[in-house]
Design a binder for this molecule. Structure first.
Ligand code: 4NP
Length: 176
């Protein structure tokens, strides 16, 4: 699953990293939360040199923006500082640059897989929810944008569960 090609816009040592891209619709709620939470888990485990984390949106509506104020506030309550600036998924560069593209819901999955140029790229796309260990009945991470505080809290619960499962899969060699 490692990037087979040289990723020309990354520094040389990026070749040795597992590269993860979290994708949602707007890149201001779910994917930047997953990005910040996974980065925190990676850093805590001393794996910063081994795992690269980024996020992007299917849509380009929030390019350059900080994550949604509500998501930043709920994440901060759990100790996560979300500093990512919104960017749009770019099929020309992101499929080759990343090893695993983790989407939040069926709409994201359809939008991203339809942009894949071949089967190798399509197979890089997975639901983040696949990695959840404590919410196994849940197959997607729902959009909280039009929801209340409880929606943001439950989305962070799901993302923490999935990111821990994803990190476990990397550490036990299921993903390499
Ligand atoms: P996200 O949430 O996909 O988790 O970032 C959304 C953010 C913005 C919008 C929709 C969903 N929007 O319609 O602007």
């Amino acid at each position: 699953m490692m990037c087979q090609r040289t990723c020309s816009f990354f520094p040389v040592n990026m070749k040795d990293k597992i590269k993860l891209l979290f994708v949602c619709l707007g890149n201001i709620c779910r994917s930047p939360a997953a990005h910040g939470i996974m980065q925190e888990f990676v850093d805590r485990e001393g794996l910063t040199d081994r795992i690269y984390v980024d996020s992007a949106g299917v849509a380009g509506w929030h390019i350059g923006e900080l994550p949604d104020r509500r998501m930043r506030s709920h994440a901060a309550d759990r100790g996560y500082a979300l500093m990512h600036r919104g960017r749009q998924f770019d099929a020309k560069t992101d499929f080759s640059a990343f090893d695993l593209i983790l989407v939040m819901d069926e709409e994201n999955y359809s939008d991203i897989t339809h942009q894949a140029h071949n089967e190798t790229e399509r197979l890089k796309v997975h639901y983040l929810a696949e990695y959840m260990q404590h919410h196994r009945g849940q197959h997607v991470i729902p959009d909280p944008y039009y929801g209340g505080a409880d929606h943001f809290e439950s989305v962070i619960d799901l993302i923490e569960d999935a990111c821990q499962g994803l990190l476990n899969a990397i550490q036990d060699g299921t993903i390499s």
